[in-house]
Every structure is written in structure tokens, then in C-alpha cells.
Design a binder for this molecule. Structure first.
Ligand code: GNR
Ligand code: NI
Length: 180
């Protein structure tokens, strides 16, 4: 089952704090492979395991440009060990918050410690889109969404928009309240 369904707002599982991976074994690698296929299919540049309803600290990212060869990256138990005081503003979107885009300010550069696909400890320094993306994905592992970084007014507008869409979907299935 390679491409898995992506869960969307207002699914409460997006607010879970994901559990650390104890050992990078074949089942973790199988999850990462499914996540990568799901991300390429969407398409997106990053995906956290909770977006496919697995509350474990696993992230896949590929920020390669369209005409360059694929460059998948795998992060298990990623942790930010340093963040620049210099900030960067980037327009963000999220596969779990469809068709909603806003500018978010985050540290421009970060260092990230993680386990790779083989379970070896690595540390990288990221800037540009990769820095933005890895911070967005680590937020997911902590139940944080990019709308949480927006002004309260913008965040509440986004939440309302998705609550309304979800209500309409249940009504369309005949599960909603009786209409007068
Ligand atoms: O595909 C994605 N694009 C993106 C653009 C700017 C900042 C972050 C991202 S991540 C997003 C995919 C996603 O929802 N990952 O969790
Ligand atoms: Ni996201």
C-alpha cells in the first residue's frame, strides 16, 4: 500500500505529539518509502508521519528543483540543535491544510541532528527552502501547524474555513444535523 491517504484539518490527530522511534528497522524504512511515494504523488516537498496517521517522529523531504533528479532525505527523531537569529519569510502551504498559503517567518538557518535511514546519527546545517521545510515538518511532530505562526486573526479565519468545509462534507454524507 504505497500511497497512503493524507489526513487534513480539522482532524485532531494533527495535534498529537509523535513518539520517538526506538530503532530504525525495516518497518520504519517501509513507512518512509510509503511517505515518500505519498509526498511525490501529492505533490509536496516534505511530509511528516502524522500526516499519514502514524504518530512517530519520521520525516521525508525532497526540495530538489523540478528539472533536477530526485533527492529524497529521511529524518528520524530530528531535533533542532541551533537556529540563526537571522529570520527568513517564506510562503508556506501544507498538504493537511489544502489550498491555503501564507507567509511565515522562521529562523533562516538551522542545524538539525537526526538518525538516517540506517539509524546512524547525522547533523546537517540547512538554509533556504530546506530550512523552512524541516522546521515545518518538526512542528508537525509536535502537533504544531504553520497556521499557528500566523496572527490570531489569520489563524482563526483559516480554522473557520476548514471547520465549515468539514461540516459540509458530513452533511453531504447525510450524517449532519437534520435541516429544518
Ligand atoms: O509541500 C509543501 N510545501 C511547503 C512549502 C513551504 C513550506 C513548507 C512546505 S511543506 C509542504 C508539505 C507539507 O505539508 N509538509 O508537512
Ligand atoms: Ni505540512
Amino acid at each position: 500500500m504505497p500511497v497512503r491517504p493524507i489526513i487534513c484539518m480539522p482532524d485532531p490527530r494533527l495535534r498529537l505529539v509523535s513518539k520517538p522511534v526506538a530503532k530504525v528497522d525495516d518497518s520504519v524504512r517501509a513507512l518512509m518509502d510509503d511517505m515518500l511515494e505519498t509526498m511525490y504523488d501529492a505533490p509536496g516537498v516534505g511530509l511528516a508521519a502524522i500526516q499519514v496517521a502514524e504518530a512517530t517522529r519520521v520525516v521525508v523531504i525532497d526540495t530538489a528543483k523540478k528539472d533536477d533528479p530526485p533527492a529524497p532525505m529521511f529524518f528520524v527523531n530530528p531535533e533542532i540543535t541551533w537556529a540563526s537569529t537571522e529570520k527568513n519569510v517564506h510562503e508556506e502551504g501544507c498538504l493537511s491544510i489544502p489550498d491555503y498559503y501564507e507567509e511565515v517567518e522562521r529562523p533562516a538557518k538551522v542545524r538539525v541532528k537526526f538518525l538516517d535511514r540506517e539509524g546512524a546519527e547525522k547533523e546537517i546545517e540547512a538554509d533556504g527552502l530546506l530550512a523552512t521545510c524541516i522546521q515545518h515538518e518538526i512542528d508537525h511532530l509536535n502537533g504544531v501547524l504553520f497556521i499557528d505562526h500566523l496572527s490570531r486573526l489569520k489563524r482563526e479565519r483559516a480554522i473557520k474555513k476548514f471547520a465549515k468545509a468539514a461540516r459540509r462534507a458530513t452533511e453531504d454524507r447525510g450524517e449532519g444535523p437534520e435541516k429544518a
